[in-house]
Design a protein around this ligand. Structure first.
Ligand code: FDA
Length: 369
């Protein structure tokens, strides 16, 4: 049988596209090289707890349309992301807000906090930041930089802040209210049955084959359908002809602890440079779990080389220029649609992926009527 669409990647982009296509009576074959659906939002039950296998995933959006869309597939709880920072055993609230400023300096009012930040910025005397350290200090002063930004950022990028370009930090949100909510969006939560359950429903009417790498037999898989939706790495699709796009990678270390509560919060960032990981996630707190045991994951940033899991694109000038070359090739490719974070070389939050997949599906399906 000839499918209407071959969808490479059972992640969020591929799943939304396939749901929209099958809803309109199209047939879809979805393949994924992993042995599970969901891509990076995959959650797996362990000891009764939904474990976010590829890092903390908190759904948030300002769009009622996107919020209503995901709510068709899941009930969401009232989780609000309120991460904390651990700097050498001292605890600070994030994002930077009045609670943080009180913890740092004992200040109580917004004016007092603004005065400290302004004074530190003046004392640093940075007028033209030439690297990330100077940029951060010019935005929030020395204390916040030293305790909450420096170590974390250096671990994230594997380089000293003085060797990192200033453009990485364009702005640093500073809030002069006692508000620990990390996101500003109107809607936020965690699906009570886990993210995998959402993807399962989206893929219900598609044929799904797992453990299949598209590149093992690209021509064969493409011949199974009239069109391909490709959500893998764009440079790999073109056999790296123009060069390899760079990424940062992550390594996750997950442990079951025979205690009910390990750190009292879903996300704790370790902002000193001595601790080798950037954060610890305690999964049960995403769902207000009351299980007798707990599961934690330590997140270690790492360099990336071909074959490693690509997590964060490095959108510097060199890589953006290279991506543009691949994008031009992609535009000439007939009957192939490129979408999702890997095929567009872009960091996308979940709501953005859904929005992009809905737009892509609408365009593609209206042509195919
Ligand atoms: P995704 O990578 O999920 O799917 C692509 C799929 O294609 C994968 O399953 C892959 O195996 C498959 N594939 C690739 N090449 C293939 C090939 N050759 N053959 C077959 N299959 C192939 N967002 C948010 O809103 N809130 C949050 O809190 C977070 N947190 C977060 C933490 C971390 C650590 C990261 C890295 C990312 C987030 N995100 C997030 C972003 C979120 O993960 C992201 O928006 C979606 O997973 C992107 O979905 P895609 O379908 O685009 O890619």
């Amino acid at each position: 049988m000839m499918y209407d669409y071959l969808i490479v990647g059972a992640g969020l982009f591929g799943a939304v596209f396939s749901y929209e296509a099958t809803k309109q009576g199209k047939t879809c074959l979805v393949i994924d090289k992993r042995h599970h659906i969901g891509g990076n939002i995959y959650t797996e039950k362990q000891a009764g707890i939904d474990v976010h296998k590829y890092g903390a995933h908190i759904f948030h959006t300002n769009s009622k349309k996107i919020w209503d869309y995901v709510n068709q597939f899941a009930a969401f709880n009232r989780f609000t992301n309120t991460p904390i920072a651990n700097y050498h055993g001292d605890i600070y609230n994030l994002p930077f807000n009045m609670n943080t400023f009180h913890q740092l300096w004992g200040v109580v009012t917004p004016d007092e906090a603004k005065e400290v930040i302004e004074r530190q910025k003046q004392q640093a005397g940075v007028t033209h930041p030439t690297n990330l350290e100077e940029q951060a200090i010019s935005l929030v002063g020395t204390d916040i930089y030293e305790k909450l930004i420096k170590g974390y950022t250096e671990k994230q990028w594997g380089r000293l802040a003085t060797e990192l370009p200033a453009f990485i930090i364009k702005r640093l949100p500073v809030r002069f209210t006692y508000d620990n909510n990390y996101f500003n969006d109107r809607y936020q939560g965690i699906p009570t049955e886990g993210y995998t359950h959402i993807i399962e429903q989206m893929l219900e009417k598609s044929d799904v084959r797992l453990g299949i790498d598209f590149f093992d037999d690209k021509d064969h898989y493409q011949q199974l359908a009239k069109k391909t939706v490709f959500t893998g790495m764009i440079d790999q699709y073109f056999d790296y002809v123009d060069g390899t796009l760079d990424y940062r990678s992550l390594r996750f270390e997950t442990e079951l602890k025979p205690i009910s509560n390990y750190q009292g919060n879903a996300v704790v960032n370790y902002t000193d440079s001595d601790t080798p990981y950037t954060r610890i996630i305690e999964h049960k707190h995403f769902n207000f779990g009351t299980q007798p045991d707990t599961i934690i994951t330590k997140e270690y940033p790492s360099d990336w080389k071909k074959g490693d899991e690509p997590y964060y694109p490095i959108n510097d000038e060199k890589n953006n220029a290279l991506y543009l070359k691949y994008k031009q090739r992609a535009e000439k490719e007939t009957n192939v649609i490129f979408g999702g974070r890997l095929a567009t070389y872009k960091y996308y939050d979940m709501h953005q992926v859904i929005g992009a997949a809905l737009e892509t599906a609408e365009r593609a399906l209206s042509h195919d009527q």
